[in-house]
Design a binder for this molecule. Structure first.
Ligand code: ATP
Ligand code: ZN
Length: 214
């Protein structure tokens, strides 16, 4: 393979990984994955895969360490990054939602005025509330957000939900949706024309795969 490979960052292991790898395999791209391997060059398409933590992907793509990346829109939008969203991939669908203890009454968003909210998404959450005229205090934590109300850390939470099962088992109820998310492909803002041509070819194949699924 030439040195003109396009480099794509995908999640090493997590809720984006399986569907990301499946997509590229369905595009007819052959590569090795799994185990402790952190990079892999395709044997039949000019692409190199980097396997990383999802949180690091937007930054690597912005800096040009990777040309492309697959990441949840939620992670991308929480921080301001100069990258292009080139494709909605339709998997890892989830939403960022506000939740409160199940026993409490919910009327409307005004209820969050002056309250403390535990979240890993303080920017998306506070922007949403401010747009609705509500000012709340963000308490940023990186994981196990659902536990916060029961240990007195916050009055509500704002977290990623897909089925709602985790909320339920932590005595919480979902009261408002802040943001709808899915996996997207992002690209560095200044790709060379050679890399843009490879990206176009890749997007063409992804379109065909997606058409086949509809
Ligand atoms: P990493 O170790 O790479 O940092 P992580 O623990 O931060 O992984 P995952 O839980 O694997 O991340 O989720 C990755 C992305 O998958 C989320 O940012 C979100 O876009 C999406 N996702 C889809 N469904 C869910 C869900 N039920 N819970 C959490 N994230 C989900
Ligand atoms: Zn992560």
């Amino acid at each position: 393979m030439s040195t003109n490979n396009i480099r794509i960052a995908v999640q090493k292991s997590g809720r984006l990984s399986d569907d990301s790898l499946k997509l590229f395999k369905e595009c007819g791209i052959k590569f090795e994955s799994g185990g402790s391997k952190l990079r892999s060059i395709s044997s039949n398409f000019p692409i190199e895969f980097l396997f990383l933590r999802d949180d690091d992907i937007p930054g690597y793509v912005e800096d040009g360490v990777a040309d492309l990346g697959v990441v949840g829109l939620n992670v991308l939008m929480e921080h301001t990054r100069k990258v292009d969203v080139v494709k909605e991939l339709g998997f890892s669908k989830c939403r960022l939602s506000l939740a409160i203890p199940r026993g409490e009454n919910y009327t409307d968003l005004k209820q969050f005025e002056g309250k403390s909210i535990a979240t890993s998404y303080p920017n998306l959450t506070s922007q949403f509330l401010l747009k609705n005229g509500v000012k709340a205090e963000m308490h940023e934590i990186s994981g196990s957000v659902e536990i916060a109300p029961s240990i007195g850390l916050a009055e509500g939470i704002c977290d990623i939900v897909s089925t709602g099962g985790t909320l339920l088992s932590n005595g919480l109820k979902e009261v408002a949706t802040v943001f709808q998310s899915q996996a997207v492909m992002i690209a560095n803002a200044t790709l060379s024309s050679e890399k843009q041509a490879i990206l176009d070819k890749l997007l063409f194949r992804i379109d065909s795969v997606q058409r086949g699924q509809n």
